[in-house]
Design a protein around this ligand. Structure first.
Ligand code: KIV
Ligand code: NA
Length: 266
Protein backbone atom coordinates (compact mmCIF):
# COMPACT_ATOMS: atom_id res chain seq x y z
CA UNK A 1 0.00 0.00 0.00
CA UNK A 2 1.37 3.38 -1.07
CA UNK A 3 1.15 6.61 0.89
CA UNK A 4 -1.99 8.66 0.22
CA UNK A 5 -1.30 11.75 -1.89
CA UNK A 6 -3.39 14.84 -2.60
CA UNK A 7 -3.88 13.54 -6.16
CA UNK A 8 -5.61 10.42 -4.75
CA UNK A 9 -8.02 12.58 -2.76
CA UNK A 10 -8.86 14.64 -5.83
CA UNK A 11 -9.51 11.48 -7.85
CA UNK A 12 -11.78 10.15 -5.08
CA UNK A 13 -13.92 13.29 -5.27
CA UNK A 14 -14.23 12.84 -9.03
CA UNK A 15 -15.36 9.23 -8.49
CA UNK A 16 -17.73 10.14 -5.66
CA UNK A 17 -15.76 8.09 -3.10
CA UNK A 18 -15.79 9.24 0.54
CA UNK A 19 -12.84 9.12 2.91
CA UNK A 20 -12.25 9.41 6.64
CA UNK A 21 -9.80 11.65 8.48
CA UNK A 22 -8.86 11.53 12.17
CA UNK A 23 -6.62 13.61 14.35
CA UNK A 24 -3.47 11.98 15.76
CA UNK A 25 -0.87 13.39 18.10
CA UNK A 26 1.37 10.48 19.01
CA UNK A 27 3.01 7.23 17.94
CA UNK A 28 0.45 4.60 18.95
CA UNK A 29 -2.62 6.43 17.69
CA UNK A 30 -0.82 7.09 14.39
CA UNK A 31 0.21 3.42 14.06
CA UNK A 32 -3.30 2.16 14.78
CA UNK A 33 -5.04 4.61 12.44
CA UNK A 34 -2.52 3.81 9.71
CA UNK A 35 -3.30 0.11 10.18
CA UNK A 36 -7.03 0.95 10.04
CA UNK A 37 -6.38 2.56 6.62
CA UNK A 38 -7.42 6.05 7.63
CA UNK A 39 -5.90 7.84 4.62
CA UNK A 40 -5.43 11.30 6.14
CA UNK A 41 -4.27 12.16 9.67
CA UNK A 42 -4.43 15.67 11.11
CA UNK A 43 -2.07 16.81 13.83
CA UNK A 44 -4.56 19.40 14.97
CA UNK A 45 -4.04 22.35 17.24
CA UNK A 46 -6.84 20.54 19.09
CA UNK A 47 -3.77 19.09 20.84
CA UNK A 48 -4.36 22.15 23.05
CA UNK A 49 -7.49 20.69 24.62
CA UNK A 50 -6.76 16.99 23.99
CA UNK A 51 -3.06 16.63 24.85
CA UNK A 52 -1.75 19.71 26.64
CA UNK A 53 -4.69 20.35 28.97
CA UNK A 54 -5.47 23.89 27.77
CA UNK A 55 -9.04 25.16 27.58
CA UNK A 56 -8.79 26.14 23.92
CA UNK A 57 -6.48 25.81 20.93
CA UNK A 58 -5.25 29.40 21.25
CA UNK A 59 -2.19 28.86 23.52
CA UNK A 60 -0.69 26.10 21.31
CA UNK A 61 2.70 27.05 19.84
CA UNK A 62 4.63 25.91 16.78
CA UNK A 63 7.38 24.53 19.03
CA UNK A 64 4.84 22.42 20.92
CA UNK A 65 3.17 21.04 17.82
CA UNK A 66 6.20 20.16 15.68
CA UNK A 67 7.36 17.19 17.83
CA UNK A 68 3.83 15.73 17.67
CA UNK A 69 3.81 16.06 13.87
CA UNK A 70 7.19 14.34 13.75
CA UNK A 71 5.86 11.45 15.88
CA UNK A 72 2.83 10.97 13.62
CA UNK A 73 4.70 11.15 10.30
CA UNK A 74 7.27 8.63 11.60
CA UNK A 75 4.54 6.23 12.73
CA UNK A 76 2.01 6.32 9.87
CA UNK A 77 3.84 5.26 6.69
CA UNK A 78 0.74 5.24 4.46
CA UNK A 79 -1.11 8.31 5.74
CA UNK A 80 -1.05 11.81 4.35
CA UNK A 81 -0.21 13.87 7.43
CA UNK A 82 -1.60 17.39 7.70
CA UNK A 83 -0.19 19.80 10.31
CA UNK A 84 -2.35 22.60 11.73
CA UNK A 85 -0.74 26.05 11.77
CA UNK A 86 -1.28 27.34 15.35
CA UNK A 87 -3.00 30.62 16.20
CA UNK A 88 -0.65 33.58 15.69
CA UNK A 89 1.83 31.69 13.54
CA UNK A 90 0.37 32.68 10.13
CA UNK A 91 -2.14 35.55 10.37
CA UNK A 92 0.56 38.27 10.41
CA UNK A 93 1.50 38.07 6.73
CA UNK A 94 1.83 35.57 3.89
CA UNK A 95 5.59 35.57 4.54
CA UNK A 96 5.11 34.69 8.21
CA UNK A 97 2.73 31.90 7.18
CA UNK A 98 5.20 30.50 4.64
CA UNK A 99 7.97 30.53 7.25
CA UNK A 100 5.78 28.57 9.66
CA UNK A 101 4.62 26.12 6.99
CA UNK A 102 8.23 25.46 6.00
CA UNK A 103 9.11 24.63 9.62
CA UNK A 104 6.30 22.06 9.76
CA UNK A 105 7.51 20.49 6.49
CA UNK A 106 11.23 20.45 7.42
CA UNK A 107 11.17 19.78 11.16
CA UNK A 108 7.83 17.96 11.42
CA UNK A 109 8.13 16.11 8.08
CA UNK A 110 4.48 17.03 7.42
CA UNK A 111 2.96 16.48 3.98
CA UNK A 112 0.57 19.44 4.08
CA UNK A 113 -0.54 22.26 6.37
CA UNK A 114 -3.98 23.50 7.42
CA UNK A 115 -5.03 27.04 8.23
CA UNK A 116 -8.27 28.73 9.26
CA UNK A 117 -9.93 31.79 7.78
CA UNK A 118 -11.86 33.20 4.87
CA UNK A 119 -11.27 35.18 1.67
CA UNK A 120 -8.57 37.26 3.39
CA UNK A 121 -6.33 34.17 3.47
CA UNK A 122 -6.14 33.85 -0.34
CA UNK A 123 -2.72 35.55 -0.78
CA UNK A 124 -1.32 33.40 2.04
CA UNK A 125 -2.63 30.17 0.52
CA UNK A 126 -1.24 31.19 -2.88
CA UNK A 127 2.25 31.88 -1.50
CA UNK A 128 2.43 28.60 0.46
CA UNK A 129 1.13 26.44 -2.40
CA UNK A 130 3.50 28.14 -4.86
CA UNK A 131 6.32 27.02 -2.57
CA UNK A 132 5.17 23.42 -3.15
CA UNK A 133 3.37 22.93 0.16
CA UNK A 134 -0.19 21.56 -0.07
CA UNK A 135 -2.71 23.62 1.91
CA UNK A 136 -5.99 22.52 3.50
CA UNK A 137 -8.38 25.35 4.39
CA UNK A 138 -10.72 25.47 7.40
CA UNK A 139 -13.97 27.47 7.21
CA UNK A 140 -17.27 27.72 9.07
CA UNK A 141 -16.67 27.61 12.80
CA UNK A 142 -12.96 28.33 13.16
CA UNK A 143 -11.88 27.60 16.76
CA UNK A 144 -8.93 30.03 16.69
CA UNK A 145 -11.50 32.86 16.24
CA UNK A 146 -13.74 31.62 19.05
CA UNK A 147 -13.68 34.95 20.88
CA UNK A 148 -14.45 37.01 17.76
CA UNK A 149 -17.27 34.61 16.83
CA UNK A 150 -18.86 34.88 20.29
CA UNK A 151 -18.23 31.29 21.38
CA UNK A 152 -18.93 27.81 20.04
CA UNK A 153 -21.82 28.31 17.66
CA UNK A 154 -23.05 27.06 14.32
CA UNK A 155 -21.87 29.24 11.42
CA UNK A 156 -23.18 29.73 7.88
CA UNK A 157 -26.89 29.92 8.74
CA UNK A 158 -29.23 31.77 6.32
CA UNK A 159 -27.42 34.57 4.42
CA UNK A 160 -24.12 33.60 6.07
CA UNK A 161 -24.21 30.61 3.72
CA UNK A 162 -23.04 32.88 0.89
CA UNK A 163 -20.06 34.05 2.94
CA UNK A 164 -19.22 30.42 3.75
CA UNK A 165 -19.28 29.50 0.07
CA UNK A 166 -17.14 32.53 -0.81
CA UNK A 167 -14.56 31.55 1.82
CA UNK A 168 -14.35 27.94 0.63
CA UNK A 169 -14.23 29.04 -3.01
CA UNK A 170 -11.41 31.48 -2.20
CA UNK A 171 -9.36 28.62 -0.71
CA UNK A 172 -9.90 26.54 -3.85
CA UNK A 173 -9.08 29.44 -6.19
CA UNK A 174 -5.88 30.16 -4.24
CA UNK A 175 -4.70 26.57 -4.70
CA UNK A 176 -5.87 24.66 -1.60
CA UNK A 177 -6.26 20.90 -2.14
CA UNK A 178 -9.14 20.49 0.32
CA UNK A 179 -11.19 22.45 2.85
CA UNK A 180 -12.55 21.54 6.28
CA UNK A 181 -16.08 22.82 6.99
CA UNK A 182 -16.83 22.93 10.72
CA UNK A 183 -20.22 23.23 12.43
CA UNK A 184 -22.52 24.55 9.70
CA UNK A 185 -26.03 23.46 8.67
CA UNK A 186 -25.95 20.33 6.51
CA UNK A 187 -27.55 22.03 3.46
CA UNK A 188 -24.95 24.84 3.53
CA UNK A 189 -22.10 22.30 3.54
CA UNK A 190 -23.79 20.32 0.77
CA UNK A 191 -23.97 23.47 -1.35
CA UNK A 192 -20.24 24.17 -0.83
CA UNK A 193 -19.37 20.53 -1.61
CA UNK A 194 -21.31 20.69 -4.89
CA UNK A 195 -19.75 24.00 -5.90
CA UNK A 196 -16.13 23.07 -5.20
CA UNK A 197 -13.86 20.92 -7.37
CA UNK A 198 -11.67 20.03 -4.36
CA UNK A 199 -12.85 17.69 -1.59
CA UNK A 200 -14.64 19.09 1.47
CA UNK A 201 -14.07 17.55 4.91
CA UNK A 202 -16.97 17.95 7.29
CA UNK A 203 -17.09 18.10 11.08
CA UNK A 204 -20.58 18.90 12.29
CA UNK A 205 -21.40 19.71 8.66
CA UNK A 206 -23.81 16.90 7.76
CA UNK A 207 -23.54 13.82 5.54
CA UNK A 208 -22.93 15.39 2.14
CA UNK A 209 -19.28 16.42 2.47
CA UNK A 210 -16.71 14.42 0.49
CA UNK A 211 -14.92 13.37 3.70
CA UNK A 212 -15.39 13.52 7.48
CA UNK A 213 -13.03 14.32 10.35
CA UNK A 214 -13.28 13.79 14.11
CA UNK A 215 -10.92 14.32 17.03
CA UNK A 216 -9.84 10.78 17.85
CA UNK A 217 -10.34 11.03 21.61
CA UNK A 218 -13.97 12.00 20.92
CA UNK A 219 -14.44 9.22 18.32
CA UNK A 220 -13.00 6.59 20.70
CA UNK A 221 -14.67 7.86 23.88
CA UNK A 222 -11.46 8.64 25.72
CA UNK A 223 -12.74 12.07 26.63
CA UNK A 224 -15.18 11.98 29.54
CA UNK A 225 -18.20 14.23 29.83
CA UNK A 226 -20.52 15.62 27.23
CA UNK A 227 -19.27 15.66 23.65
CA UNK A 228 -20.59 17.96 20.93
CA UNK A 229 -23.68 16.87 18.98
CA UNK A 230 -21.62 16.01 15.90
CA UNK A 231 -19.50 13.38 17.70
CA UNK A 232 -20.21 9.66 17.41
CA UNK A 233 -18.47 7.44 19.97
CA UNK A 234 -17.14 4.18 18.55
CA UNK A 235 -15.55 2.89 21.76
CA UNK A 236 -15.35 3.54 25.50
CA UNK A 237 -11.62 4.06 26.00
CA UNK A 238 -12.34 6.15 29.08
CA UNK A 239 -14.05 3.18 30.72
CA UNK A 240 -11.42 0.70 29.50
CA UNK A 241 -8.47 2.74 30.79
CA UNK A 242 -10.20 3.60 34.05
CA UNK A 243 -10.92 -0.08 34.67
CA UNK A 244 -7.31 -1.06 33.90
CA UNK A 245 -5.86 1.59 36.22
CA UNK A 246 -8.23 0.61 39.03
CA UNK A 247 -7.39 -3.10 38.64
CA UNK A 248 -3.65 -2.35 38.62
CA UNK A 249 -3.96 -0.24 41.75
CA UNK A 250 -5.93 -2.96 43.53
CA UNK A 251 -3.31 -5.60 42.57
CA UNK A 252 -0.44 -3.49 43.88
CA UNK A 253 -2.24 -2.59 47.11
CA UNK A 254 -3.27 -6.25 47.62
CA UNK A 255 0.19 -7.64 46.87
CA UNK A 256 -0.97 -9.73 43.85
CA UNK A 257 1.18 -7.80 41.36
CA UNK A 258 3.96 -8.53 40.57
CA UNK A 259 3.49 -12.30 40.64
CA UNK A 260 6.20 -14.93 40.18
CA UNK A 261 5.98 -14.72 36.36
CA UNK A 262 6.75 -10.98 36.47
CA UNK A 263 9.78 -11.48 38.74
CA UNK A 264 13.38 -12.57 38.09
CA UNK A 265 15.03 -15.50 39.81
CA UNK A 266 18.43 -15.18 41.43
O1 KIV B 1 -7.56 20.81 15.35
C1 KIV B 1 -8.42 20.02 14.90
O2 KIV B 1 -8.62 18.90 15.42
C2 KIV B 1 -9.18 20.42 13.73
C3 KIV B 1 -10.23 19.48 13.22
C4 KIV B 1 -11.34 19.34 14.18
C5 KIV B 1 -10.68 19.86 11.87
O3 KIV B 1 -8.94 21.47 13.21
NA1 NA C 1 -7.54 22.85 14.35
Amino acid sequence: RRRTRITHLQRMKERGERWAMLTAYDQYAAEIFNEARIPVLLVGDSAGNNVFGYETTLPVTVDELIPLVRAVTSSAPQALVVADLPFGSYQGSPEQALGTAVRFMKEGRAHAVKLEGGTEMAPTVRLITQAGIPVMGHVGFTPQSEHALGGYRVQGRAEAGDELLAAAQAFEDAGAFSVVIEMVPAPAAARVTQALRIPTVGIGAGPDCDAQVLVWQDMAGLRSGKAPRFVKRYADLHGALLGAAQAYRADVEGGTFPATEHSFES
